[in-house]
Design a binder for this molecule. Structure first.
Ligand SMILES: [Zn+2]
Length: 256
């Protein structure tokens, strides 16, 4: 199993980060990918990758919730870092209109710029999409470069939306602990996504799967997500982990 989206570099793990990584290995997690948030988080992401270079890979990008007035300045500072570090993706990037629509236009522009980075560097994207699928598809449809590969992380729209996304390119869908929640609609998306387009993720420290809901999330909980998906699709847990490993390896060019 691969945790394709984890923020275990954040301060929620400052007390026990090494134990968290050790527990992930024991739980059968073969690899962890860290999506970045903003300029401040870059040193943390880099340090954790450098401590576990074969086990933890990094992505860089500006999170949509961190896109404000100064975003062009921030992106200009981030751009040289992309040449400096071994990246598996640009992320996390995207549009988030859940709390605040103030920076909508800026989020559009930041996403467009960072999708161009993907094209320029031959890297996939990790997209964060919340209350913003139409906006994101609008940016993708208006790209003036070829559409890169990527993953829509934490995807929680409708089965029809899965189709809308799939029609537009070589895209995967990240499913996390939300799938295990009691009133979750994500299980209904699984047949539309299909095993060949699915990635496992935690989004740790958030979105902790049942039966650990309420606690801090960590990569070692991935088996709960894997097994829930298997039961939901009527396949074995091994089929889910093998398919999702293969998908992550293909998308992020991982050598496992
Ligand atoms: Zn995230």
């Amino acid at each position: 199993m691969i945790d394709s989206h984890s923020h275990i570099y954040c301060d929620a793990f400052d007390e026990d980060r090494d134990a968290v990584v050790a527990r992930a290995r024991e739980a059968g997690v073969r690899h962890i990918i860290l999506p970045n948030e903003n300029l401040e988080s870059v040193p943390r992401v880099v340090a954790l990758h450098e401590q576990y270079p074969d086990y933890i890979s990094m992505a860089l990008g500006l999170h949509p919730e961190d896109v404000h007035d100064d975003y062009l300045d921030v992106l200009a500072k981030m751009r040289p870092m992309l040449d400096q570090y071994p990246l598996v993706a640009i992320g996390e990037i995207g549009i988030d209109l859940y709390w605040d629509k103030t920076w909508r236009e800026q989020q559009h522009h930041a996403l467009d710029i960072q999708l161009h980075w993907c094209h320029e560097l031959g890297l996939p994207f990790i997209i964060h999409c919340r209350e913003s699928l139409d906006d994101i598809l609008d940016v993708i449809d208006n790209l003036d470069c070829p559409v890169p590969q990527g993953v829509f992380h934490c995807f929680a729209e409708t089965p029809a939306d899965v189709e809308r996304v799939r029609r537009r390119g070589d895209f995967y869908f990240g499913v996390n602990g939300v799938v295990t929640f009691k009133k979750s609609t994500v299980p209904q998306l699984l047949p539309a996504i299909g095993l060949d387009r699915l990635l496992l993720e935690t989004d740790a420290p958030f979105l902790t799967p049942v039966p650990h809901r309420g606690k801090r999330n960590e990569s070692a909980y991935i088996p709960h997500i894997n097994d829930f998906i298997a039961r939901s699709l009527g396949v074995t847990p091994e089929e889910v982990s093998e398919a999702t490993d293969r998908n992550a390896a293909r998308l992020f060019y991982l050598e496992l």
